[in-house]
Design a protein around this ligand. Structure first.
Ligand SMILES: [Zn+2]
Ligand SMILES: [Zn+2]
Length: 220
């Protein structure tokens, strides 16, 4: 903990109530994604399906993706505090949420979507890496730095959905050999383009199966 952490009392990152980084009320207001979900992409729906309108016919390189929270207005507050305002102390409660909703994947290691150095430095941390580390302790799986960025892609959030796949293609590269089964951790799942591009590289370097684990998921 830094000096500021010792001096300033901790407050909820959402409502500023003194106490933990995510107070009980704000935690309870976040919508957990509950079954039934699409077997492949984790999109919630009325029935359990193997493919849904969102992922059918798409080439997604991961076996399955699961997300803990619906990425709505309520979830946006803690996620932006964590990602944009550098509230590192949110990583433990957010990892608790992920572990509460998503069963421990049956894999050998945890990888994460690498941050781009420029943005990572500006914010002082790489959120997906923090989440992977916090999940590593909860799931007793090692975190491995399996991926690197090869170039700085324009921010996905600023692009229309149909351009996101092309934007991230070739943006990642494996750093070495990848274990046969890996969980890939990211913060927000929107179209799955980033997770798929990373999974392609993990498979190219040895993974037979990649399970994606995300904190929150856009639901249309
Ligand atoms: Zn709160
Ligand atoms: Zn789906």
């Amino acid at each position: 903990m830094g000096l500021l952490g010792l001096v300033l009392p901790s407050r909820c990152a959402v409502c500023a109530t003194p106490g933990p980084a995510l107070c009980e009320r704000c935690d309870a207001s976040l919508i957990r994604i509950a079954p039934p979900v699409c077997e492949r992409c984790g999109c919630p729906g009325a029935w359990p399906v193997r493919r849904c309108v969102e992922c059918a016919g798409r080439r997604l390189a991961f076996a399955r993706a699961r997300s803990a929270l619906v990425y709505d207005a309520r979830a946006r507050a803690p996620v932006s505090a964590w990602k944009e305002r550098g509230r590192r102390d949110l990583a433990p409660p957010l990892a608790d949420l992920v572990a509460e909703v998503i069963a421990r994947p049956d894999v050998e290691a945890i990888a994460f979507v690498p941050g781009d150095r420029e943005r990572g430095r500006a914010r002082g941390h790489v959120p997906a890496e923090r989440l992977a580390e916090a999940l590593s302790a909860r799931w007793e799986l090692p975190v491995e730095r399996l991926l690197a960025r090869t170039r700085l892609a324009p921010r996905q959030a600023k692009l229309p959905r149909n351009e996101r796949g092309a934007n991230v293609r070739g943006a990642f590269a494996p750093r070495g050999k990848t274990p046969p089964t890996v969980a890939l951790v990211d913060d927000v799942y929107t179209t799955g383009a980033t997770a798929s591009a990373c999974s392609t590289e993990l498979r190219r370097s040895g993974a037979r199966r990649v399970d994606v684990v995300c904190l929150a998921r856009a639901v249309r």
